[in-house]
Write a protein that binds this ligand. Sequence first.
Ligand SMILES: Cc1ncc(COP(=O)(O)O)c(C=O)c1O
Length: 379
Amino acid sequence: MEFSPHPIPIPYGRQSIDDSDIAAVVEALKSEFVAQGPRVDRFESALCEVTGARYAIAVSSGTAALHLSCLGLGVEEGDVGIVPAITFAATANCLRYVGASPRFCDVDAKSGIAGPREFQNCLESDPSVKVMLPVSYSGAVTDLAEIARLAKKSGSFVVEDAAHSLGAEYSGGCRSGSCEHSDAAILSFHPVKHICSGEGGAVLTNDKTLADRIRKLRSHGIERREAWLYNQTELGYHYRMTDLQAALGVSQLARLPSFLQRRRDLAVRYQTAFSEFPFSDRIRIASQDHLSARHLFVIHFSESEERDAAYRFFHEHNVKVQVHYMPVYRHSYYKEFVDAFLPGAESFYSTCLSLPLFPALKDEEQEYVIECLRRFLEK
Ligand SMILES: Cc1ncc(COP(=O)(O)O)c(C=O)c1O
């Protein structure tokens, strides 16, 4: 039977903006402050409340947050940082910005996540590691407590890349971004993430000295003295967030519980539908518990050719599925940082496909995505 493309494109992720978000930005536009102002302070306090971290520093992107975390912790020229091979390039780029080098660790071939075992393997072969950057890939947080123990033994720092996991919990009620088991954590507010501020990000930490340093580095490395007097004590950046972005961030953060619920409900609907497929053995779903913030819904095919064909079939039908991610070391820029391809990361990458998952995804659209996969597998 004829199966037409969906009348409008269905992305894998997108923002969910409602009238309350628009009203918050309009109010900011009509106020005295459009660049950094009181709404940024309010957003930072709200982020502390939601994550449980003591300090939050809002910045222009998640990438800026990663860069400032490395700078603030004193990662520098010649240092080494451990980065999971399956992540967005920004997790490795922050090391290069400060003259350090990434050492890519492997991931679990089923979940795409690097846990303590993978970090430990990397540490054993390079004890000079200054920082480890566990990534809460797709919304699930790894065993950060164990990674923190490894860091303590080896004298390295931990920065949790929580760009995918705002609202997630892990082992015994810890919240992603709480920094209970890390020196710092970073968030991203890019439109596909849990909350959106246009572009934006934040560093979270429980360390006041680090928070103060990062605040200074966010704004040129300048310290305020009194009246007109200020002093630049080191080379910083202009990574500030605007009050327009923060207004949107505050409004979106108030909606986070409903965003998380919708993401989790959609994930359960996918799981239920796929378990009832007659050919369910041809796809595999990486299992995640209810604590995951469900940034991505990733399915696996038995081999890369089938995944590639499914990607084409979905796109021909206006469903914009995506691959998260090609191992970072495969980018030509990173060629010199890798000796050998990593088996877990290669296996994960060659078969994975991210299906649409975002709070504004309509039931009808999700049903179309499910039907699209059924038609592909029936071919
Ligand atoms: C895992 C991860 N880390 C860091 C970032 C960087 O965030 P941003 O796009 O806000 O700079 C992203 C963005 O996609 C990401 O997915």
